[in-house]
Design a protein around this ligand. Sequence first.
Ligand code: ADP
Length: 164
Amino acid sequence: MQKIAIFPGSFDPFHVGHESIVRRALPLFDKIIIMIGYNVNKKSFFPIENRIKWIKQVFENVERVEVRLHNGLTVDFCKEVNAGYILRGLRTSADFEYERAIAQVNKKMHPEIETTFLLTLPEHTPINATIIRDIIFHGGNASMFLPKCLNFEEFTINGKNSNS
Ligand code: ADP
């Protein structure tokens, strides 16, 4: 049976911390599905089409990574795609406490699904999507926090970033 892991998140936007977790987890699983949690009623920063496109670009040469949208519980999506694992990244003790509760509740309800954690690389610990959005919103250059292959000029808010 294939070992399939779901990497769920809002990825608004997908950054180097996310990329590193997926690349480091690839030797552990046959396939990783990056699941963008999508709620039509919740306003995101970057359009969903761009978020999908950017992740696809990052993994365009990696067959074992897929990107999918899902509106609902991650465990339901796991069942839909036959995934036995949820992959999460841990930065801090605050992440740990938050993740622990979700993982234990999921485990109680769906014992067949395991949540697995990878500790972030030390240099990625302070990176989060909120800070990146804030930098871009205020016209700063956040390109060093985004996957290298992406074009920072596309990361505009109301048509502006530090390059425009
Ligand atoms: P959420 O909205 O669920 O927090 P995110 O898109 O921010 O989703 O993150 C998705 C996953 O990536 C989570 O498991 C989160 O812990 C992990 N993650 C976020 N930032 C980093 C980082 N800098 N290093 C490693 N993992 C990270």
